[in-house]
Design a protein around this ligand. Structure first.
Ligand code: SAH
Length: 242
């Protein structure tokens, strides 16, 4: 029985599963973390690529039981919530992958960004619109800016609903993320800054930020968050904190 509340839409296309595994460029030294293992469709394909270790985190007890039936000494299954999992306690470095439950996907991604020090690379399935936004296409979101500040983000492919069981109501999209040199280390404070400037997004920046900060950043007071480039958010944050 699949549970809607857990966002369970199993990916049943062998072709897409293989492509996700290929995008991870798995080598025999890699420790992988899979988020939301479900019945193990992706888990089994990942194991075929011979990682050193594969840790699967899954929230649903019934799914955890099924995942534990996969016999493989490289596999470790943990029952936990990926929104709050202490990822860097699992290993010094992990590649993270998952066909994310769409109702929790943003909060899971946020947790991943918070743990970026141990996550150089990841591949994730989101609902297509969200995936595009995270890549900086379409409407901006604070999370898209947050993600792209710390990771290079690529839109890899679209996945039609019919490749899932049961098919979700939306199309899906896969992105990959590669960590880049961070412009600064602050995370919580930067998040507060972004969520703050994104609130009342139609309001002009001049009404949200000190004139002096905008002037130093070279950004006109009548601009709005929509239309700001990634670099401008970073400059604004730096000027605000300097
Ligand atoms: N990877 C599988 C299942 C994807 S569906 C496949 O592609 O077939 C998403 C899975 O995430 C479900 O199994 C669901 O139970 C699990 N899940 C939902 N919320 C979660 C959370 N907060 N933390 C970890 N797993 C979660």
């Amino acid at each position: 029985m699949l549970k809607k509340s857990f966002g369970q839409h199993l990916l049943v296309s062998e072709g897409v599963l293989k492509e996700i595994a290929r995008l991870l460029k798995i080598d025999s030294q890699d420790v992988l973390l899979e988020i939301g293992g479900g019945t193990g469709n992706l888990t089994k394909v990942l194991l075929r690529h011979n990682p050193a270790k594969l840790i699967v985190v899954e929230l649903d007890r019934d799914m955890v039981r099924r995942l534990k039936e996969i016999e493989d000494e490289r596999l470790e299954v943990i029952q936990d919530d990926a929104k709050s999992l202490q990822i860097c306690r699992l290993a010094d470095e992990l590649k993270v992958v998952g066909n994310l439950p769409y109702n929790a996907a943003s909060l899971i991604l946020e947790n991943i960004i918070l743990h970026r020090r141990c996550i150089p690379f990841g591949v994730f399935m989101f609902q297509k619109e969200v995936a595009l936004r995270l890549c900086g296409k379409g409407d901006l979101s604070w999370l898209s800016v947050f993600l792209r500040t710390f990771y290079e983000v690529r839109y890899e492919m679209s996945v039609p609903a019919r490749f899932f069981k049961p098919p979700p109501r939306v199309q899906s999209g896969v992105i990959s993320i590669s960590r880049k040199d961070a412009p600064f280390e602050e995370t919580e404070d930067y998040k507060r800054f972004l969520t703050g400037v994104f609130a009342h997004r139609r309001k002009k920046l001049g009404k949200k930020l000190p004139q002096e900060v905008l002037r130093r950043a070279g950004i006109e007071t009548d601009r709005r968050v929509d239309g700001l480039e990634l670099e401008e958010f970073i400059t604004l944050y730096r000027e605000l904190r300097s």
